[in-house]
Design a protein around this ligand. Structure first.
Ligand SMILES: Nc1ncnc2c1ncn2[C@@H]1O[C@H](COP(=O)(O)OP(=O)(O)OP(=O)(O)O)[C@@H](O)[C@H]1O
Ligand SMILES: Cc1cn([C@H]2C[C@H](O)[C@@H](COP(=O)(O)O)O2)c(=O)[nH]c1=O
Length: 208
């Protein structure tokens, strides 16, 4: 039996973690076996790599090293958490996945083909069945992130507005190129309203 794999993507502060949790709760209420996880992280080894990636000086890693570390963390997460959950038929909800590497490391100059080659080596090229791309005007997302962190962003979140604009452009281009996998979801409005939009988009094309 193989479960369903759903990822949430989007820029900083759009509400992915909030909505990943809410979506998991909504599906659990419907009797679905759900594994809620995140990247970077989601397994003990990958959580250790998360600290290396998100803490320290801005220039701690070169863009290529950063891409390798994300791919290594993902390989452990996929092998130890995601594939076992899918194999038992669970629905996996993942707060960020490969498209974050394509967008963030891509915006830092790493070639998309190289990122996908690392993903093929590390994780067998696993792709989500559905990727929900949350979109929000940049000012609104920045205000949410500021209210949450008070300006103490992590090593990558703290990069400048031009970098984050590039990330958003790349994510939107991936969604336009892969319409079967992606759904654009408006992340504006009250949390419960956004969750309802996500549920529809997550289940669209399935019997559930
Ligand atoms: N629909 C909403 N309306 C208002 N505030 C929200 C909404 N959804 C989330 N928030 C708040 O916005 C902040 C950012 O949300 P969250 O941490 O879920 O975003 P994120 O996309 O996971 O961010 P990041 O990628 O930076 O970790 C949090 O303080 C959260 O409580
Ligand atoms: C998976 C992944 C993440 N990133 C970046 C994106 C964010 O700035 C941080 C993660 O922080 P969050 O609060 O958990 O969203 O890491 C990245 O650059 N590449 C990736 O593959």
């Amino acid at each position: 039996m193989s479960g369903r794999f759903i990822s949430l993507e989007g820029g900083e502060g759009v509400g992915k973690s909030t909505q990943a949790r809410r979506l998991a709760e909504a599906l659990i209420q419907r009797g679905v076996d759900v594994v809620l996880t995140r990247e970077p992280g989601g397994s003990p080894g990958a959580e250790a790599v998360r600290a290396l990636l998100l803490e320290g000086e801005g220039e701690r890693w070169t863009p290529t090293t950063e891409a390798l570390l994300f791919a290594a963390a993902r390989a452990d997460h996929v092998a130890r958490t995601i594939r076992p959950a899918l194999a038992r038929g669970a629905t996996v909800i993942c707060d960020r996945f490969i498209d974050s590497s394509r967008a963030y490391q891509g915006a830092a100059g790493v070639d998309d083909a190289a990122i996908m080659a690392l993903h093929a080596i590390g994780s067998g090229g696993l792709l989500p069945d559905r990727t929900l791309l949350l979109s929000l005007p940049p000012g609104e997302a920045a205000a949410r992130a500021m209210a949450r962190d008070g300006g103490n962003a992590d090593r990558i979140g703290g990069r400048d507005a031009a970098y984050h604009a590039k990330v958003a452009t790349l994510l939107a281009s991936f969604a336009r190129a892969e319409r079967r996998r992606f759904r654009f979801v408006d992340a504006a409005g009250a949390e419960d309203v956004v969750t309802r939009r996500l549920l529809v988009a997550a289940l669209d094309g399935t019997a559930g």
